[in-house]
Ligand binder design. Structure first.
Ligand code: F6P
Length: 379
């Protein structure tokens, strides 16, 4: 039984890096909220808006026609952590705690709850704000799909779709010019985008942060293919992948971000190493933010809508401190503090890893590639 009378005003924000499906969640929250007579305050630019007092009321017309739109009508930021607030003081940047300011605005706006749509970082912040007394419901988003508590985050499917399409395009030019094509995909410290994108696009070599690779295995794979008359290879490398005994390739550091590290550059490195060591011509492509932009796939539109409507139901039932989650085909919820305990990473036990091996892909790891026979008929 929905106790709608008890909740009157909710705040809604999108935090961290954007991804397709954010607007579908906003719509999924706001439409039922309006139908129950609730006021929905759209907090702008994630937690930055909560600290700086930037918010606008969202009316029904504002959330109409946004289901298929990429990005977020509320804006987002990965620099607005109230507990890690960067402030320019003279020539230096100081990191301050602005959480009390956030609480003040929450109270001044008379909010009964905030629905925070975001990834790992947003959930960590939400948990700390909940400890300060705010009523929070979380909705898990990220193209990286690295939240343990949900089988899938929205945004991931759309990113994988982009990778898969890019790999199809790279295949035709790679085979025409007999080249090795290396594509760098996002995912931070998790390899889900590279694994699922590589599987969908038929990559010959998939390099993940979870499995540090051996250069010789990579060269052998490319050369073997060449000797078999397959005069091209496609390498799908996650931005966080690294060779054994090497570090991740970091593009830049920015202390204003909750996680200061900006990854990038591994594709160029892999491409150069392959061309230097096999004498086969290589090229690389960095897919970058194309993976985060544009319309959500139908799968993500459905998941986002289901997440959004479930989240407003949680809020109306005063089930705070919880994050919406997908378990199998059902939507449910978990405690935010549980949801942030572990990151979801690819393991050697993952069935998609076994499938990739069985169709001939290499992970650049000798033991895994050579043990492929173990997975044939294993289930
Ligand atoms: O977490 C989503 C993500 O796209 C990661 O895959 C990537 O490492 C990061 O954000 C990039 O962040 P930014 O847009 O701030 O460069």
């Amino acid at each position: 039984m929905v106790k709608s009378k008890q909740i009157k005003r909710i705040g809604l924000l999108t935090g961290g890096g954007d991804c397709p499906g954010l607007n579908a969640v906003i719509r999924g929250v706001a439409k039922p909220a309006h139908d129950h007579g609730l006021t929905v305050l759209g907090i702008q630019d994630g937690f930055e808006g909560l600290v700086e007092g930037k918010a606008v009321e969202l009316y029904n017309k504002d959330v109409s026609g946004i289901l298929s739109q990429g990005g977020s009508i509320l804006g987002s930021s990965n620099k607005g952590d109230p507990f890690h607030w960067p402030e320019d003081i003279g020539d230096e940047i100081q990191i301050l705690d602005r959480s009390k300011k956030a609480l003040k605005n929450y109270e001044a706006w008379n909010l009964d709850a905030i629905i925070a749509i975001g990834g790992d970082g947003t959930m960590h912040i939400s948990n700390k704000l909940a400890e300060m007394g705010m009523n929070i419901v979380g909705v898990p988003k990220t193209i990286d799909n690295d939240l343990e508590a949900t089988d899938q985050t929205f945004g991931h499917d759309s990113a994988v779709f982009v990778v898969s399409e890019a790999l199809d395009r790279l295949h035709t030019t790679a085979s025409t010019h007999h080249r090795v094509m290396v594509i760098e995909v996002m995912g931070r410290y998790a390899g889900w985008i590279a694994l699922n994108g590589g599987l969908a696009g038929g990559a010959d070599i998939i390099l993940l942060p979870e499995f540090p690779f051996n250069w010789d295995v990579v060269y052998d794979k490319v050369e073997q293919r060449s000797m078999q008359g397959k005069r091209f290879s496609i390498v799908c490398v996650a931005e966080g992948a690294k060779a054994q005994n090497e570090e991740m390739v970091v593009k830049a550091k920015d202390i204003k971000r909750t996680d200061p590290i900006q990854l990038g550059g591994i594709a160029e490195h892999v491409s150069k190493m392959i061309s230097d060591n096999t004498k086969i011509e290589t090229r690389y492509t960095v897919l970058g933010h194309l993976q985060r932009g544009g319309s959500p796939t139908p799968y993500d539109r459905i998941l986002s809508t289901r997440f959004g409507t479930y989240a407003i139901n949680l809020a109306m039932n005063k089930m705070f401190g919880r994050m919406v989650a997908l378990k199998g085909s059902e939507i449910t919820s978990v405690k935010i503090e549980e949801a942030i305990k572990r990151q979801k990473l690819v393991t050697t036990e993952n069935q998609s890893v076994h499938s990739a091996l069985q169709v001939g892909a290499s992970f650049g790891v000798e033991e895994m590639d050579h043990n492929v026979v173990r997975w044939i008929g294993a289930y």
